[in-house]
Write a protein that binds this ligand. Sequence first.
Ligand code: CDP
Length: 226
Amino acid sequence: MSITPKFIIVAIDGGAASGKSSTARVLAQRFNLLHADTGSYYRALTAELLGRGVKTANAAAVRAELADLRLGTKVAGHDAHITINGTEVAEAAIRGAAVNAAVSHFAALPAMRSALLAYQRGLADEARGKKFAGLVMEGRDIGSVIFPKADLRFFLSADPLERARRRDRQGQPDAVAERDRLDSSREASPLICPAGAVAIDSTRLELAEVVKKMAGLIAAKLPGGI
Ligand code: CDP
């Protein structure tokens, strides 16, 4: 009798520059998971809408332009990149100052969130279809809204000064504290640590230590422990 291997879903939420992406990337490699950086999806849609001259204040225009976008996925290694109308949005276009300043304003709009809801959930099927052992998805509302029943839900935090230092070291002008304020105070899917999530404060932890904590819990969920 063959045993179907368990497909696991790991959710990682946390504030700006809390270490979600670096951690998720290492876990994806180690456990053969598809990695979805949902912040990059909000950034890609924001860059597209900014390029089309859409303002956040004009909800009708936001809805109309979003309805015109066909979202798809390009898997490269362990990463699930979003495509818009068949084209992948360049990293440089989504990590710049203009998108940093606008993304949290766009991400607060219910139309933006619903445009990405089914897309993000659908990545579990994408991962299964491509024979990954699971999905690791990081963002702000993954454990609370997108996959509240994920096998594991983590919430990463770190001191705001330390996070601002991390972003500076990456050479990116970014108002980390301001984005956190907007993300935590919005009505639609705010950044919260959902009940039952495993909270990890990474202020004084190296990446390897955060990974070790998470990897131990993930391995315990897998048959044979890996
Ligand atoms: O990399 P960093 O932590 O700075 O941010 P990000 O993950 O790239 O996310 C950029 C922005 O997208 C966040 O500040 C949120 O406004 C928004 N976002 C969101 O609202 N929900 C998510 N699941 C992911 C990102």
